[in-house]
Design a protein around this ligand. Structure first.
Ligand code: MIG
Length: 812
């Protein structure tokens, strides 16, 4: 990004209204458009010349912009002003004429964004300065190494395979950041998306402590400001623009077991039967590149995988789904139909001089589909049909930065890239399909567009079913199409620790369904590291164990019986938490809330919470403080303000407070926030198995609270037409220490049979009486009834969905 010469566009020469909530500005040699949405989001598009480039919003899957009904008016000094005051937000947007500046304020008059010093380079790259304050913190940018708070960093976003070096950029940059500012009026969060598809650059108060300077790398400036005031408000608005994680199939939330090196059908069958024989909950098995015939995508090697259909049918019998890897590189092989078809359809990228573009990947000389063209996406999607016909349930998109190299050395299975990828002469269609542009101008869209093609095909081939796609690369909005994992990490303690800020950064960038390879991909994992990793990984939004063939075996039983038991326990906890976890995904689809949240997301007013990067909140209720150090058998952690209850020991703590707790190898410190109601079930081997107890409600007293239980068939899209159930849950503390737990009347059209419910009230001494719907219950384990043991009151009854309330009257 260095070396470009920028010319300022600093004067407002004239303006005109451009539809509701919008104005077009003549900036003398540059044109700008400011658009205000109903929800208070503000978009600035600007480019040099007399016309703005075509709006790529629709072409890259952005959601419709709902314009504010308000209009811009001219100020006395020639500047502009618009006030938008709607049910979803109020903003004042102002334009200063000279020097040109754009200001966004919230309802209270607090500044949300102050943008100026707009400038353009000859190649169309735009630069703009955002004024920031000294106390602000910055989060996001997608997948990054290092700290969660990005203040003081220079972020270069060019998706690439960092090839096992801990260096940014990585596979998946997202040019969005969340600002957390502390002003006299309290906390104020807001967000900024620089919707650039070329490699972009952000100087995050590094050169100038008072500014974030953004450079688009091409195509002018397309920038959105999303008001808060809370982080959750920012995420809601940001994801209303770029899209949310659609409700995943329930099985995709189970544990996935994977390895580059499960070389044949027998290996896969063995893993499947071991997992079941050892009662280690797992839903999904992945097939890495080993399954292909000479690394031809969409193929199966006839010797090593002679009968994929039979294999997947047998796996399905045992309750396993299969996910298969698909790389974008298509082997150049005129004898092979996929390549021939692609050539015929003119689906592959070319060079400037019209010759086909080639790079080297696993199959050798390969061609890359030009996913920016709708016809190519459709063609690519169709190629997946044989995989679906064989019984594959999900697609894993690797290498889609795109990654590859221009020369390599092969020694048997080992391939050594000896020259990096050269894309300098590669062309692609621009996303609006108005012509070909240099690949670099649209590089960061490559993975997103591939996943979009994949998902669209899965949706059309299996109508009414929820697809599962996993991706390594992406861009803002990747969550609409795919879950993401953080690529090639290593089996080392620092990589475990770093996975927390990395996944939290992704989560805050909109990619809620994310995970790091459990146990680490490269190098050999030690038993202790695996134990600690699966304890944390089992609580990741996406939970997959994956490793490479050069490393020691990394199945849950590969580290001896003690660690196997730890893995089983961790994955059983995930299965127990499934109703809660599933609900978090439902909420994410509804409001854009992440599943993994930094502490400050839940406690924005607490300055100490913002500095915590080695703990996380799993949804609003559970604080997780994993052990991240070799040999550690205790852990120091921070509890934000409020009452906290130890998940496994019911110990009561009052925050804000730093504490030190014991953490034997078997233990992960987890705390429930007082006032939370966590829906759980008894553990199952996989999501398709009916739990013995489908509804166990864990209640943590100490504060009033509310939650919701979300249910549906876990697989189809019928929930969108109302075939779903939502049960409001509430906890009240009444006079005299009495507690009231309510399961509200179930809403929605999902038919559910009458079922046994168990409500567990934690940290609760033996009561004087317990009532259900006003009737006094008898002590005893038969339903309806209650028990009071070990400081927990457990109430059992049959739930009809009509609403129930429980009152617990404490001992005198
Ligand atoms: O160049 O498919 O990140 O998960 O096992 C390596 C083989 C290619 C990289 C992925 C990794 C996968 C591996 N792939």
């Amino acid at each position: 990004m260095q070396g470009r010469r920028y010319a300022a566009a600093a004067r407002l020469g004239g303006w005109r209204a451009a539809g509701p909530g919008a104005a077009q500005l003549d900036l003398g040699g540059a044109l700008a458009e400011i658009a205000v949405a109903e929800d208070g989001s503000v978009r600035l598009r600007a480019a040099p010349g007399m016309a703005l480039p075509a709006d790529p919003s629709e072409a890259v899957g952005r959601l419709p912009w709902r314009a504010a009904p308000a209009a811009f008016r001219e100020r006395e000094d020639g500047g502009l002003r618009l006030d938008q005051d709607g049910p979803e937000g109020a903003v004042r947007v102002e334009v200063d004429p000279a020097p040109f500046a754009l200001r966004v304020r919230d309802r209270r008059g607090a500044s949300l964004a102050e943008l100026g010093e707009l400038a353009f380079a000859a190649d169309g790259a735009g630069r703009i300065r955002l004024a920031v304050s000294a106390s602000e913190r910055f989060f996001g940018f997608g997948e990054r190494h290092g700290p969660l708070d990005r203040r003081g960093r220079r972020e270069w976003l060019r998706n690439r395979d960092p090839a096992l070096r801990s260096r940014d950029p990585m596979y998946l940059g997202i040019p969005f950041f969340l600002r957390l500012a502390r002003g006299p009026g309290g906390i104020c969060a807001s967000g900024v998306l620089l919707d650039a598809f070329a490699p972009s650059h952000f100087d995050v108060a590094a050169s100038d402590a008072d500014a974030v300077v953004m450079e688009s790398g091409g195509g002018g400036i397309d920038l959105c400001v999303f008001p808060g005031p809370r982080p959750a408000d920012v995420l809601r608005r940001f994801t209303a623009r770029v899209g949310r994680t659609p409700r995943p199939p329930r099985w995709a939330l189970g544990h996935h077991q994977s390895r580059w090196g499960y070389g044949d059908e027998r290996a896969i069958r063995r893993i499947a039967s071991e997992l079941r024989a050892r009662r280690i909950p797992t839903d999904v098995l992945h097939l890495d590149i080993d399954h292909m015939r000479g690394y031809r995508v969409f193929s199966f090697d006839p010797k090593r995988f002679p009968d994929p259909k039979g294999l997947f049918a047998d796996l399905a019998q045992q309750g396993f789904r299969a996910v298969v890897i698909v790389d974008p590189g298509v082997k150049v092989d005129p004898e092979w139909s996929v390549y021939r078809d692609g050539e015929q359809a003119d689906a592959f990228c070319r060079c400037e001089d019209g010759r086909p573009y080639r790079l080297r990947v696993w199959p050798g000389e390969s061609a890359l589909p030009d996913f920016n063209r709708a016809a190519v996406r459709e063609w690519w999607g169709e190629q997946h049909r044989p995989l679906l016909d064989a019984g594959v349930s999900g697609i894993w998109n690797d290498m889609n930065e795109p990654a590859g190299w221009s020369r390599d050395l092969r020694v048997g299975r080992v391939m050594l890239p000896i020259r990096g990828q050269d894309t300098s002469r590669m062309l692609q269609s621009d996303p609006c399909e108005r012509g070909r542009v240099a690949h670099e101008q649209v590089r960061n869209l490559y993975g997103l567009q591939e996943c979009r093609a994949t998902r669209a095909f899965l949706e059309s081939a299996n109508p009414g079913r929820r697809p599962f796609v996993l991706s390594r690369s992406g861009h803002a909005g990747i969550q609409r199409y795919a879950a993401v994992w953080t690529g090639d990490n290593r089996s080392r303690w620092p990589d475990l620790r770093e996975s927390i800020p990395m996944l939290l950064g992704l989560s805050l960038s909109g990619a809620a369904f994310c995970g790091a390879d459990i146990g680490g991909f490269a190098l050999s994992c030690s038993p202790e590291l695996y134990a600690r990793w699966i304890q944390l990984g089992a609580l990741q939004p996406f939970a997959r164990t994956h490793s490479m063939w050069l490393s020691r075996a990394q199945e849950p039983w590969s580290f001896g019986p003690r660690v196997e038991a730890i893995a089983r326990q961790a994955l059983c906890l995930r299965m127990r938490l499934m109703p809660y976890l599933y609900g978090l995904f439902c909420e994410s689809e509804a409001s854009g809330s992440p599943v993994w949240r930094p502490l400050f997301y839940e406690f924005p007013e607490d300055p100490d919470a913002a500095a915590v990067e080695d703990q996380l909140m799993l949804g609003p209720a559970l604080l997780v403080a994993p052990v991240l150090e070799r040999g550690a058998r205790e852990r120091e952690l921070y509890l934000p303000p409020g009452v906290w209850i130890g998940w496994d020991d019911d110990a009561r703590w009052v925050g804000p407070r730093r504490i030190r707790v014991a953490a034997a190898l078997e233990r992960t410190p987890i705390f429930a926030r007082a006032g939370s109601l966590v829906a759980t079930q008894s553990p199952v081997a996989h999501a398709g198995e009916a739990p013995e107890e489908p509804c166990v409600l864990e209640v943590f007293p100490g504060a009033d609270g509310a939650a919701e239980l979300w249910e549906d068939d876990g697989e189809s899209t019928a929930y969108r037409e109302g075939a779903a159930a939502r049960t409001p849950l509430r906890l009240w503390h009444r006079a005299g220490g009495r507690l009231r737990v309510e399961l509200g009347r179930r809403e929605g059209d999902l038919e559910l049979a009458e079922r046994a419910v168990r409500v567990v009230v934690h940290a609760c001494p033996a009561p004087r009486s317990v009532t259900l719907d006003g009737e006094r219950l008898r002590e005893g384990s038969a339903a309806p009834g209650y028990t009071a043991e070990e400081g927990r009151v457990q109430v059992r009854f049959a739930d009809t969905g009509g609403g129930h309330s429980i009152e617990v009257d404490p001992a005198p």
